[in-house]
Design a protein around this ligand. Structure first.
Ligand code: PEP
Ligand code: MG
Length: 326
């Protein structure tokens, strides 16, 4: 079994009916990047920069960040890399030296882009490092915890200002650098059309989106019967976001844990996704699973699945759909 899977490292990712699917890696460390290459990832779909900020006390300098981002993009050898701007929660912000006074609900507090915009000088250091690294290979920038369009507009403005400064300093700049929004806050998902006016691409973060839609802590084992990807409310919201992205002709990927779980590969195809980002250790299994699935057949049953009233119904329907002859 291991040897059969290993052979898939150099194979294209394609469904049984010949639809190409993009498989990207979630990466934090050079080891993740090496594994992504070894498993034949199509790029890095999510690079969590928090890692750099939590590695040691204090904030990483512009050069330290630049080197990490440049090594990432060069390590991927010309494949696209998606760098996510700082996504520290209020609880973790203190560890990085960013002080947010004790919040009662850190998950609902100053985290992600909210924190970055509160510390524009810190954020600008990261933005400068990203812009400098983007000269070394194809890169996109992803903004976490976006709730409303003004956040994306503010991030774009900071990028524009950083470009002006770097230009004055005679530092090389990338021609273009796509800016995307994570969809992980329910308001962002519901009002996704407003965000699509300002985003070049979307990445759905189901870890947080499920947590916020279901009001169930993503790490709380006692809530396992609630926190489930097959919850009808979540399925309908995912479908809404994916359809809106398609209508706007902007790429939509999904980078939550379910992207790397073969139990949900068919579900993601039913919903119309064709780009997943996952822990690199999962890539071969997902590629193998995709080869056994029929994209057109699954898509035809999307409306039926979205009519499920309960998680159990959705699960039974999904099993029927996958098991039925194409
Ligand atoms: C998510 O929320 O689904 C996600 C990919 O981001 P993180 O797990 O880093 O919050
Ligand atoms: Mg998240």
């Amino acid at each position: 079994e291991g040897r059969r899977l290993a052979k898939l490292a150099n194979a294209p990712t394609r469904t049984r009916d010949g639809v190409d699917i993009g498989l990207l890696a979630n990466a934090e460390t050079p080891a993740d990047v090496a594994m992504a290459r070894a498993r034949g990832a199509d790029g890095v779909g999510l690079y969590r920069t928090e890692f750099l900020f939590l590695k040691h006390k204090g904030l990483p300098s512009e050069d330290e960040q630049f080197i990490a981002y440049r090594d990432l993009v060069m390590g991927m050898g010309g494949l696209p890399v998606t760098i996510r701007t700082l996504d520290l929660g209020a609880d973790k912000a203190d560890a990085a030296g960013l002080v947010v006074r004790g919040e009662d609900n850190p998950a609902l507090g100053v985290r992600g882009v909210r924190l970055s915009l509160r510390y524009p000088a810190v954020f600008t250091t990261q933005i400068r490092a990203i812009l400098r690294a983007a000269c070394y290979g194809p890169m996109r920038v992803l903004v976490p915890m976006v709730t409303q369009p003004d956040e994306l507009i503010a991030v774009r403005t900071l990028f524009k200002l950083a470009r002006q400064d770097l230009k004055r300093e005679n530092i090389d700049l990338p021609e273009k650098l796509p800016l995307g929004a994570m969809i992980e806050v329910p308001a962002a998902a519901i009002n996704v059309r407003a965000l699509l006016e300002h985003a070049d691409f979307l990445a759905i973060g189901t870890n947080d989106l499920a947590q916020y839609v279901l009001a169930a802590d993503r790490g709380n084992d006692a809530l396992e019967n609630i926190y489930n990807p097959l919850q009808p409310a979540l399925l309908r919201l995912l479908s809404h976001v994916i359809s809106a992205g398609r209508r706007a002709k902007k790429p939509v990927s999904l980078c939550g844990e379910i992207a790397g779980d073969v139990n949900f590969t068919a579900l993601l195809l039913v919903l119309g996704l064709n780009e997943f980002s996952m822990h690199p250790a999962q890539i071969l299994q997902v590629r193998d699973r995709l080869a056994a699935l029929d994209y057109a057949h699954l898509r035809r049953h999307a409306a039926q699945l979205l009519r499920a009233h309960t998680r159990e119904q959705a699960e039974a329907l999904l099993n029927d759909i996958v098991g039925a002859p194409p």
